[in-house]
Design a protein around this ligand. Structure first.
Ligand code: SF4
Ligand code: SF4
Length: 124
């Protein structure tokens, strides 16, 4: 949570004592399993990293697209979303300086993700 509005929103979400449906539980368990196995990167979109990127990449957004791309085994959503951005904002624009990684509370290996994402996009 990055601001008070998000805190309030989360409190509102958990105010109601509403049990999950069977399908929702299964989906959450699968997501947790994927996160634990490392196939989904646990970015919380806190954006601590973005001001440290010399290429001004939207790191959390790129991680979101990367997760989607990996989770679905490829597909059109990430390439389509990236096509709306200038190429100097694509994962391939990362220079691997790792300044972002020094401030990431989730210790995500962002530079490796960018490299892998760029490679996957080339192959798709
Ligand atoms: S490693 Fe890549 S994403 Fe991270 S700060 Fe450097 S250029 Fe930006
Ligand atoms: S600092 Fe880490 S968790 Fe926060 S937005 Fe950047 S990559 Fe995601």
């Amino acid at each position: 949570m990055s601001d008070f509005a998000q805190v309030k929103d989360n409190i509102h979400t958990f105010e109601a004592d509403k049990p999950l449906m069977k399908e929702e539980s299964a989906a959450l368990l699968q997501l947790a399993k994927d996160m634990y196995s490392g196939s989904v990167l646990p970015c919380t979109a806190c954006r601590y990293c973005t001001s440290h990127c010399p290429r001004h990449l939207d790191i959390p957004e790129l991680i979101k697209l990367y997760n989607e791309h990996r989770f679905t085994g490829g597909g059109f959503i990430a390439p389509m979303a990236l096509s709306a951005l200038p190429k100097d904002k694509w994962p391939g624009a990362c220079i691997g300086c790792r300044s972002c990684e020094k401030v990431c509370p989730q210790q995500i290996k962002i530079s490796e993700m960018m490299k892998d994402f760029a490679k996957r996009l080339q192959e798709s």
